[in-house]
Design a protein around this ligand. Structure first.
Ligand code: ADP
Ligand code: MG
Length: 452
């Protein structure tokens, strides 16, 4: 048996071959063997943070054990532990390439700046589409020039749409570009509890120091500030202090500042000083792109048809898309079988059932109201442009939002031939790429149908 270092290098060498590169780089960076116990029966692996710990434990524990067994045949028990390795001085500047040589084990650090950041939440892993393009661009601008572009940057959007991912991506990027800058990321709830604890302990000076002596303050879920009077007061001073010193502030929220109830006016106006951007629910194209990215990353070779099916069916948010992929990944790794479309439908049944369904009559009514035409006109065969567009839009919605078949859509719209429907859907798909008016129409109609 070699040394701990040699064994782990061997294990990583093997894993690197079987895993995709982004996966490997994300999850195995800064890992090492902390200890080998009970004559090799138990191996403890050190990981840099709790996110990595959970991820490795859930996803790779078997794989790692299997690989370790080649070096330590006795192993039966694998444990992960948050721990940091110390590099020798001449290596501190060296990164990426040789993280695994000549280190000594050091007890877990009490305060590590990255411990609250998910290593996966980087710009590299953030798929950009229509729904988040603007938020992404603003976040990137802030990361490139902290304190100098938009201040504060306020990002809002519904649950599971990527706010936490984006704000943490800012943190990782600033760390990379400006390693000397001090970054503090936390959710507002933590700020509130921390504040109360410091007040109780009579340590307000310490609190002020902690939150005011930073270059970048990233606050997730600021909506929880609502109604907390004393904490609002403290946050107001923190904000002013940083702002005056041109320190970057980024806030995320599930709603815009004006809709946060019980928020002092002086704070609300400050939240609106810089740039406000929203993240919308992902459209079909973005959902498809995200699925592609995530399935490739997990080495799931899913056929395009299956990806399209999932993208059509699962529409609410990105967390649900990930949920769908988790189910599929579990199935594929258990059965080692090729996944069919029918099997996918079955697997995702529970997720799809929760999808809102809308009666076609209601869609017709909504479209007619929106375009100010009569139902009779919509279903007629008149060829006027003012009727053709609403017809194509409804075809598109029935197809992409409700997954109706082309013949069924033809039937709903009183058409004999479903090739008209295929043509209509294709036309709108194309238009969506270069006609923002149509996109706005469709977004508004979807909102009215409560699809968001
Ligand atoms: P929120 O904070 O808005 O509730 P999160 O940032 O936690 O949402 O995102 C939920 C999940 O979806 C995360 O796993 C995140 O990585 C993923 N996700 C969100 N947006 C994207 C995107 N544009 N590209 C890739 N993954 C995304
Ligand atoms: Mg979040």
């Amino acid at each position: 048996m070699g040394s701990k270092e040699e064994i782990w290098e061997g294990v990583l060498g093997e894993l690197e071959i079987t895993l995709s590169r982004p996966n490997f780089n994300t999850w195995f960076k800064d890992t090492f063997i902390v200890d080998i116990k009970n004559n090799g029966k138990k191996v403890i692996v050190g990981v840099p943070n709790t996110f990595t710990l959970e991820w490795l434990e859930n996803k790779y524990s078997e794989e790692i054990k299997k690989t370790l067994r080649k070096f330590i045949p006795e192993i039966s028990d694998l444990e992960f532990q948050v721990a940091h390795l110390e590099k020798t001085s001449e290596e501190t500047e060296e990164k990426e390439e040789k993280p695994l040589k000549h280190f000594e084990f050091k007890a877990p650090q009490k305060f590590s700046k990255t411990k609250d950041l998910n290593p996966y939440f980087t710009f590299q892993n953030f798929v950009v589409g229509e729904s988040n393009r603007f938020a992404h661009a603003a976040a990137l601008a802030v990361a490139k020039q902290p304190g100098k572009s938009y201040n504060p940057l306020f990002i809002y959007g519904g649950v599971g749409l990527g706010k936490t991912h984006l704000v943490q991506a800012i943190a990782w990027e600033i760390k990379k570009l400006f390693p000397q800058k001090k970054i503090l990321y936390f959710s507002f709830e933590r700020f509130a509890t921390d504040f109360i604890n410091h007040v109780k302990a009579g340590k307000m000076e310490e609190f002020k120091k902690k939150y005011r002596e930073v270059d970048v303050l990233l606050v997730d879920d600021i909506q929880f500030i609502s109604g907390k009077e004393r904490t609002q007061d403290e946050f107001f001073h923190t904000f002013n202090n940083l702002y005056q010193n041109q320190k970057q502030i980024v806030l995320t929220s599930d709603r815009p500042p004006k809709s946060i109830p019980l928020l002092e006016e002086r704070l609300r106006s400050r939240f609106e000083w810089g740039m406000i951007v929203d993240i919308a629910p992902p459209d079909y194209e973005t959902r498809l792109a995200i699925l592609k990215h995530k399935s490739e990353e997990r080495n799931l070779n899913l056929p395009q048809k299956i990806l399209e099916f999932i993208a059509r069916q699962i529409q609410n948010n990105i967390r649900e898309l990930e949920g769908a992929l988790n189910k599929i990944e579990a199935y594929v790794s258990l059965t080692q079988k090729e996944l069919t479309l029918a099997q996918t439908k079955k697997l995702l049944e529970s997720l799809i059932k929760t999808k809102k369904t809308v009666d076609p009559e209601k869609i017709i009514k909504t479209i007619c109201e929106y375009y100010q035409i009569a139902k009779k006109e919509l279903l007629s065969h008149k060829r006027e442009q003012r009727l053709a567009l609403p017809r194509q839009v409804i075809m598109y919605l029935l197809r992409h939002e409700f997954n109706y078949s082309f013949p069924k859509i033809a039937e709903i719209l009183n058409r004999k031939d479903h090739t008209t429907v295929i043509y209509g859907c294709g036309k709108i798909e194309k238009e969506l790429n270069n006609n923002s008016l149509i996109k706005r129409d469709i977004d508004t109609i979807k909102q009215r149908l409560m699809l968001y």
